[in-house]
Ligand binder design. Structure first.
Ligand code: GCV
Length: 718
């Protein structure tokens, strides 16, 4: 990311004279581009940032200094002076411990907490200065990024009085990265972890990864796939993980590893992995001790157990709490923790898959050790374009939970479809569980406030890979961004975050921002409509999940088919999960929520077919029959993408050629694939509805057999 000074000078000069973005960009710089501000902004900002005043140094404070230097030089066109004393335009940064100047200011640092920061306009000995202060070095680094964000988004630098502290303790990425560098459900190249060359070769990209995460406040990363490989716990790989931990430490990012439950057998030579077996417990204790010798601040284990074929405590007739507590005990003396996933379901269990995690975990509430957090996906099935919030949120008052959102778009069009996930995350976080009366939102479960938990978390399944633009597309960077910002504060508006991201990533021009942010905010609903409208879910093709597959049936497990979920027949469509006549999944919610989901007159139609099986002639609120409404929504989803293409076509004056062109092409792919989803789904469901399409709606151009025969054996991400 570093550009030689003369080159930067040249860029400043050219950018000041040109109104159209002159240089192609490849997206590598993410939202930390620090491109020169326009002349009027430079005149306004420069007097406020002429010098940097630091105190004692540390690796983290040095990272803050480097970032401020790099950012201000890029944005304002000249490097700020490094000054020992305060003068007009100084930016003073540090903690009371590192900086006597900050100590002398007696700032209300209690507002910053352990990791937050204050940014204030102050006068020091008569000089106008800005102070970036925190109680900890990492708070200063977060503050430095926030300060640069002010300039990147063209906020005023005068009269600043900002206090910000994270609301969620654990803000983590999960990489589903394998040791051979494949990435499960990854659509942006290979794993960025070059395991083979580690620990000796530390790709400079690792620093940029850490910077990007620190700029959002992400403070933890699980390096490897939850479908775990026990090898990652062997000395050879621990040494490699330790090298990454060393790179990330100054940026406040703790390393976690996935722990394969059967590791004591696979790499430990034991005959069992029974969590109550003393030899197994001793093995995990010794393993934890060993890991801490490599990584003194190791975060802990992320565990997928007894799910989709992974080993777990139930293999020994023990509970999830038995398994989690065994690992928690091994980590406890080192301050480590276990993040135990609640994504468990079994095809041998005849009950509705959507109910299984709740049934498994609610009876265990109160049984988990204090250093266990249970990680729950946003919905009860699996990261579908739309799911009602998971019934576990709010249902385990004694167990701290972490939200698991998917950032990688396994079910929302891989890397090419433009789907801003902010609106999806916000929908879940704002959902009211009613567990402690009105206003008991999922966000309050996740920040720990609903039940008074100090530690709780927000976890995102990363969309990061070796693609030059990191995330497979420029707009997919926004999903990493919005995840991180919400992990810091789950109450932020995702429209504001989209605006903030677009300003930093592309342009501050209002003529660019309004259409772009509107397009982002509508994009996820478009995907819902062309893939799974009205509460339908799990309609994708088998295994690789690319494209439509509502006809998927048979095979090894019913719960991996589409017919299990849509239940279309001649009478109607949808999964009856009501208490009255169906699977009774509605009963897993608080009574107020259950009553809404249970009643077709009260339920929001976005969730209709998630909870109800309804006749094709059922009258929806639009006045149309269910069949007609489905067709209208499928078609509307496609038209929305056409509208997105048109919007983007008008934005070329504001975007450099390279990024503009790729986004335009990706939108064309999305339009084509949206049409495919619509046509294939309508062709299939029509075989049950046996009704014509509403007037004016074009029939699918090909017979159903055509769509069913399409095959993509090498689709990415498996
Ligand atoms: C890591 C879904 C995905 C799997 C993933 C699993 C999980 O089933 O398709 O690839 O496995 O979720 O979250 O564990």
């Amino acid at each position: 990311m570093r550009i030689a000074a003369f080159l930067r000078g040249l860029i400043v000069l050219l950018a000041m004279t040109a109104s159209v973005p002159a240089f192609a960009e490849d997206g590598y710089d993410l939202w930390l581009r620090y491109r020169p501000v326009e002349e009027a902004a430079r005149v306004r900002y420069q007097p406020a940032a002429t010098a940097l005043v630091s105190g004692a140094s540390s690796a983290t404070l040095d990272a803050a200094k480097t970032e401020l230097m790099h950012g201000l030089t890029g944005l304002l066109g000249s490097a700020p002076a490094l000054s020992p004393s305060v003068r007009n335009g100084a930016v003073v940064f540090g903690t009371p411990k590192s900086s006597p100047i900050i100590a002398g200011l007696k700032l209300p640092l209690e507002k910053a907490g352990d990791e937050g920061y204050l940014i204030r306009s102050v006068r020091i000995d008569g000089a106008r200065a800005t102070v970036i202060a925190a109680n900890s070095d990492i708070g200063v680094l977060y503050g430095a990024f926030a300060y640069l964000r002010l300039i990147q988004t063209r906020q005023p630098l005068e009269n600043l009085d900002i206090a910000s502290a994270p609301k969620v303790a654990l803000r983590m990425l999960n990489h589903w990265d394998n040791l051979d560098r494949t990435v499960e459900r990854g659509y942006s190249g290979q794993s960025i972890w070059d395991w083979h060359k580690l620990p000796d070769w530390k790709d400079p990209r690792y620093v940029d990864y850490a910077r990007a995460n620190a700029s959002l406040g992400i403070n933890a990363t699980t390096l490897n796939n939850v479908n775990a490989n026990a090898l990652s716990l062997t000395p050879m790989y621990l040494e490699k993980a330790a090298a990454l931990a060393d790179v990330f430490r100054p940026y406040g990012i703790k390393v976690y590893l996935t722990a394969r439950f059967s590791a004591p057998i696979e790499i430990g030579g034991l005959k069992t992995a029974d969590p109550l077996d003393p030899a197994v417990r001793a093995w995990w204790k010794a393993k934890a001790d060993e890991i801490y010798r490599y990584i003194p601040d190791f975060g802990g284990f992320t565990v997928k157990a007894n799910s989709e074929g992974q080993p777990g405590p139930q293999d020994y007739k023990r509970t999830h709490a038995d398994g989690a507590n065994m690992m928690a005990e091994a980590l406890a003396s080192h301050g480590g923790e276990v993040i135990w996933r609640a994504f468990v379901y079994s095809h041998e269990q005849p009950d509705d898959r959507a109910k299984q995690a709740y049934d498994e975990f609610v009876p265990l509430d109160g049984e988990f050790a204090s250093n266990v957090i249970v990680q729950v996906k946003n919905g009860a099935i699996d990261f579908q374009p739309r799911e009602p919030f998971h019934p576990l949120f709010g249902a385990t008052p004694k167990t701290p939970l972490a939200m698991e959102f998917q950032i990688t778009k396994e079910y929302l069009g891989f890397a090419t479809h433009l789907a801003y996930l902010g609106s999806m995350y916000e929908e879940t976080l704002k959902a009211d569980t009613w567990r402690r009366g009105k206003g008991s939102t999922v966000a309050k479960v996740i920040d720990g406030s609903l039940f008074g938990h100090k530690r709780s978390g927000m976890v995102g399944v990363a969309n990061i890979g070796t693609d030059r633009n990191w995330s497979g597309s420029d707009f997919d960077q926004a999903n990493w961004y919005v995840f991180g910002r919400l992990a810091w504060d789950p109450y932020l508006s995702t429209r504001d975050i989209a605006d903030e991201w677009a300003r930093q990533t592309f342009s501050n021009d209002p003529a660019f921002l309004k259409p772009t942010v509107d397009m982002m905010m509508g994009s996820r609903e478009a995907v819902v409509n062309y893939m799974t409208p009205l509460g339908l879910h799990h309609l994708m093709a088998r295994s690789h999940h690319y494209g439509p597959g509502p006809w998927v049936s048979g095979g090894e497990r019913a719960d991996w088919t589409s017919v299990y979920y849509h239940r279309a027949d001649k009478a109607g469509i949808g999964f009856d999960r009501t208490a009255a006549t169906g699977s009774k999944a509605t009963s897993q919610y608080a009574p107020q929520v259950a009553a809404t989901f249970e009643d077709v007159r009260k339920i929001d139609e976005k969730d209709l077919l998630w909870f109800h099986h309804l006749p094709w002639d059922y009258r929806t609120r639009s006045g149309r029959t269910l069949w007609d409404e489905l067709v209208v929504r499928y078609t509307g989803g496609v038209s929305d993408v056409t509208a997105m293409r048109n919007t983007w076509a008008g934005l070329s004056p504001y975007v450099d050629k390279e990024r503009y062109a790729q986004i335009a092409t990706f939108l064309a792919i999305q339009e084509k694939e949206a049409q495919w989803w619509r046509d294939a789904s309508i062709a299939y469901f029509q075989t049950f509805s046996e009704r014509p399409l509403p007037t004016g709606y074009a029939p699918p151009p090909k017979p159903l057999s055509y769509y069913e025969a399409l095959s993509f054996p090498e689709a990415p991400g498996i």
